[in-house]
Design a protein around this ligand. Structure first.
Ligand code: FDA
Length: 311
């Protein structure tokens, strides 16, 4: 995993308007453009096409309409409508009914009550169609609010919603204990944001050790847990741990990001594990894309070559 410094560098670049403009101009133009490595496309049609290809390869998926950190209630309302429209399009297309979303896209940083209501609107639209909705986890200042919004809707009887915990955050152990007790479905990831050492482990070894500890607790006590990583060591440990404890392959799933470690995705699916791909799409792909670069600077060369080729 990448040092905190590298992550900070890419998070800095992610705020650059010039780079965003350059990337937006070249990143998605053609089927071979560099942005398409990690993003299924800018339109719903492209996302559906990617979803069909994934299903044909025997894998599961979750669709994410990209967007985050809106600053007005009007934008939050617009994002909510986009999601409600997307639910109809997914049903029409007959692809898997599983979506991921970010609460800052629905107005979490503007007004929590409105954000909760926006998510409730989405869940109501999902209700007749048997969807599963995963609330992605964002940076540490939003974690408690995210869990609170989830809990409010859970207490109102919505059971088709799960959350994400990040092993880099020290609090995740306690959060997982409560979520396991309540039988909430959790996706475990390492964490994609730059976090201060007061709240997060900074060394890769500590993040990985925490991941393993949380993963084992999820496998033993969780409800259909999702193990979200491309780390071959941790994937191997998950397989061994499940086998040693008699946890069958139907009781958990592996999750990976669209375009990352396609070799591992295929290998796990071929071995008979459930593999779900996180499929992001939409016009607002730049911050998501920059987080993927921050995870692996070697990707930068790949992108630079792409830009040169496009020009
Ligand atoms: P690690 O970073 O140690 O990488 C292990 C190996 O995977 C690398 O050696 C490399 O081979 C490969 N790899 C990893 N990232 C790569 C990349 N970008 N490009 C190419 N190869 C790469 N985070 C978050 O904060 N909130 C969230 O809600 C989510 N949601 C989410 C869903 C799913 C399905 C996944 C898989 C991940 C997330 N994440 C996330 C992102 C997560 O926190 C983390 O940043 C990435 O998964 C990278 O970490 P790894 O576990 O893969 O390990």
């Amino acid at each position: 995993m990448i040092s905190a410094l590298t992550k900070a560098f890419f998070h800095g670049l992610a705020r650059s308007r010039t780079i965003e403009k350059l990337a937006s101009r070249y990143g998605m133009r053609r089927k071979t453009s560099f942005g398409r490595r990690f993003i299924a496309g800018e339109t719903m049609e492209e996302a559906i096409e990617a979803a069909r290809a994934i299903q044909a390869r025997g894998m599961l998926l979750t669709l994410d309409q990209l967007g985050e950190s809106v600053t007005t209630l009007a934008e939050a309302d617009a994002a909510t409508r986009v999601y409600i429209d997307m639910i109809g399009r997914i049903v029409e297309a007959g692809i898997e009914r599983n979506i991921s979303l970010k609460l800052t896209q629905l107005g979490l940083n503007v007004d929590r009550a409105t954000c909760t209501d926006n998510l409730r609107r989405i869940l109501e639209a999902c209700r007749p169609h048997d969807f599963f909705v995963r609330i992605d986890m964002e940076d540490s200042p939003t974690v408690q609010d995210t869990l609170d919004v989830h809990r409010t809707l859970w207490e109102h009887g919505h059971r088709n919603i799960g959350v994400v915990l990040q092993s880099m955050l020290r609090r995740s152990e306690e959060d997982l204990r409560r979520l396991n007790e309540a039988a909430v479905r959790v996706r475990l990831v390492k964490g994609a944001y730059k976090e201060p050492k007061t709240v997060a482990y900074q060394r890769k070894a500590d993040v990985d050790t925490a991941f393993q500890r949380l993963m084992e607790a999820m496998l033993l006590e969780g409800t259909y847990p999702a193990i979200g990583t491309h780390d071959p060591v941790l994937l191997g440990r998950a397989k061994t741990f499940a086998a040693e404890h008699g946890i069958s392959r139907e009781r958990f799933e592996f999750q990976m990001l669209y375009g990352v470690r396609r070799d591992l995705q295929a290998a796990l699916a071929d071995e008979g594990y459930r593999v779900r791909l996180y499929v992001p799409f939409g016009r607002q792909w730049f911050p998501y894309f920059m987080r993927r670069l921050g995870e692996r600077p070697a990707n930068v060369m790949f992108i630079l070559r792409g830009i040169l080729r496009e020009r």
